[in-house]
Design a protein around this ligand. Structure first.
Ligand code: ARG
Length: 580
């Protein structure tokens, strides 16, 4: 076990049981980081009432036991002191930390335990739409969702990535007619390269100005919904061309979504009628003004009236609500997942909560299965406005990526003479900075896009973390050593070595926290603290010029830091250049 917090927690529980009786063996020891020692246990305050004693007395007894008893505690705990109203400030023993570090270094999983209960999880993220480009607003739902999927998978959960691709709707009649007009090759050329706006606007213009075309387009919608083969083939063409574009942009953004991970809205078409029937039969959906609606309890509009989920419109058509109802039923009852994480913008919060409530009413969502909305806040331009181009359109994600890479090239320009090398590094630094900027803020809060801040070489940024890995690599390069050969043994003399080792031991907890909360910024924050601890260590502890044993111990700490940073950045989906 390398997680100091968990190790301490069980030692405090053992002390509680020995002191006050076996029934206290599972009391929450309330271990927290401390400003005065490594950790503090706050349990004495919570036990004061049941034990009828003052918290300071209880804390004193526990502290004595932690240090004096000839148990394992004696080896892990160097000091335990009562402070304030009854906190127990605990300092770990250097030898214990060093021994845990050695274990972590030898462990291919770096101290990250596999999940105790393996779950099948759907991560619904990115939310792309056919024939629409990804815009700046898609960045967060894409990068955050991908990090969550990577982390869950690393913990051995079975992850089903699902991009709920918008590929259905009345606009496809018009788009298909336009594709016929300009021909398949021209359609491919435009769509696969992401020129959706031009394609869409041309179709729209013709629809608005040419009544014969508009008429054709409406007929197409009917044929599409009826599954007429030739219409389906043309529609599939639009989908495939758009997929080509998505595939390219995901690859460049280091996103793990593949074609097989698309869970298009059309996939649920064949289930919609049955979902409606089931809900109506069970009295959960009712006819209202000619439409089939569900009114999950607890959702009222401003007028105080219950808000409906529209399951079937009065013209018989199905929409976004219908598809999400079918999707959640399919995921829970057909694929049998026990957790669904919807990584979707905050503006869809009510919609999703209503879908979850509907699924509960219908008996599809039954504990222990859970559905959660991993809320994504807005990334804005300066002044808090939605990012827009000069002509007022939404900024394309591809343009944002280009700009990040261009700016990164300027930042590193004077360091690399070779243009190829410079462009490769700029690509990793630019994309890394953009994604990391996104992943390092709590996903639910908004933030202002500021390239200067994202690309800064110091602070909680992608480039700072990438640079930390490059710096460690260069230590090994100078020594002519492979990091894999730095196997210790580890001994902790200086305060900075100890602080670094202790920080490294927190990796498992940071990763597990991300899985539990679906909040990747916790891992980002951890990696930043780790890189900062490494910076202090590197300033204060010479590595290559140190004497034999100190040198190999410090090289081992460098190697371990490199592994943890690389693994952590990989879990966040941040590319790392091998030099910088
Ligand atoms: N395509 C949708 C949009 O552009 C997002 C999909 C989110 N996922 C879901 N299951 N509703 O708004």
């Amino acid at each position: 076990m390398t997680d100091p917090e968990a190790a301490l927690g069980s030692l405090v529980q053992q002390a509680l049981a020995a002191e006050f009786g076996a029934e206290y063996a599972s009391t929450d020891p309330l271990i927290r980081p401390s400003g005065f020692a490594d950790f503090q246990a706050n349990v004495a305050m919570s036990l004061s009432k049941p034990l009828g004693r003052s918290p300071r007395d209880i804390a004193g007894d526990v502290a004595d036991r932690l240090t004096s008893a000839p148990t394992v505690a004696a080896k892990a705990v160097a000091k335990a002191e009562v402070s304030g109203p009854g906190f127990i400030n605990i300092t770990l023993a250097d030898e214990w930390i060093a021994a845990q570090s050695a274990q972590q270094l030898a462990d291919p999983r770096l101290g990250v335990a596999l999940a105790e209960h393996r779950q099948r999880v759907v991560v619904d993220y990115s939310g792309p739409n056919v024939a629409k480009e990804l815009h700046a607003g898609h960045l967060r739902a894409t990068s955050v969702g991908d990090a969550i999927a990577r982390v869950l998978e690393y913990l051995d959960h079975e992850v089903i990535r699902a991009a709920h691709l918008g590929d259905w709707g009345t606009q496809f009649g018009m788009l298909i007619e336009h594709a016929l007009e300009i021909g398949e090759q021209a359609t491919y050329d435009q769509l696969a390269s992401g020129e959706f706006t031009a394609f869409y606007q041309a179709a729209r213009a013709q629809f608005d100005s040419d009544p014969a075309f508009a008429d054709q387009a409406r007929k197409r919608v009917v044929q599409l919904q009826a599954g007429e083969p030739d219409t389906i083939r043309l529609w599939q063409l639009l989908v495939d061309d758009s997929m080509e574009y998505l595939r390219k942009i995901y690859a460049r953004l280091n996103i793990t979504l593949t074609n097989a991970d698309m869970a298009p809205e059309s996939f649920y078409n064949s289930m919609l009628g049955d979902v409606c029937d089931e809900l109506e039969r069970r009295g959960i959906a009712v006819m209202s003004d000619g439409a089939l609606c569900a009114f999950p309890p607890g959702f009222a509009g401003r007028d105080g009236k219950p808000v409906p989920l529209m399951l079937r419109k009065s013209d018989g058509g199905y929409g976004y609500d219908s598809t999400d109802a079918a999707a959640i039923r399919y995921r829970l009852t057909e694929i049998g997942v026990t957790r669904i994480i919807y990584v979707v913008g905050a503006e869809q919060s009510q919609h999703l909560q209503m879908i979850f409530e509907l699924a509960r009413q219908a008996g599809w969502l039954v504990p222990p299965a859970t559905a959660e909305h991993a809320v994504i806040g807005l990334m804005t331009g300066p002044g808090g406005q939605r990012l827009r181009t000069r002509s007022g359109e939404q900024v394309k994600l591809a343009d944002l990526m280009d700009e990040a890479v261009d700016r990164a090239a300027t930042v590193i320009a004077d360091r690399y003479a070779d243009p190829l090398q410079r462009s490769q590094i700029a690509e990793a630094v630019g994309i890394g900075a953009l994604k990391y900027g996104d992943l390092s803020v709590a996903r639910a809060s908004g933030y202002v896009l500021d390239f200067d801040r994202l690309l800064a070489l110091t602070g909680n940024t992608g480039p700072y973390l990438q640079y930390a890995t490059a710096r460690i690599r260069s230590i090994f390069a100078r020594a002519g050593l492979d990091p894999a050969d730095a196997t210790g043994p580890i001994a902790l003399g200086e305060a900075a070595e100890r602080a670094l080792a202790l920080r490294l031991l927190g990796f498992g907890r940071a990763v597990t926290d991300v899985a539990a909360t679906a909040e990747p910024h916790k891992l980002a924050g951890y990696l930043f603290e780790l890189a900062s601890a490494f910076t202090v260590f590197y300033e204060q502890c010479p590595v290559l010029s140190a004497a034999d044993e100190t040198r190999s111990s410090r090289l081992a700490l460098c190697a371990l830091t490199l592994s943890v940073l690389m693994t952590g950045l990989h879990l966040l989906g941040i590319p790392v250049p091998d030099r910088m």
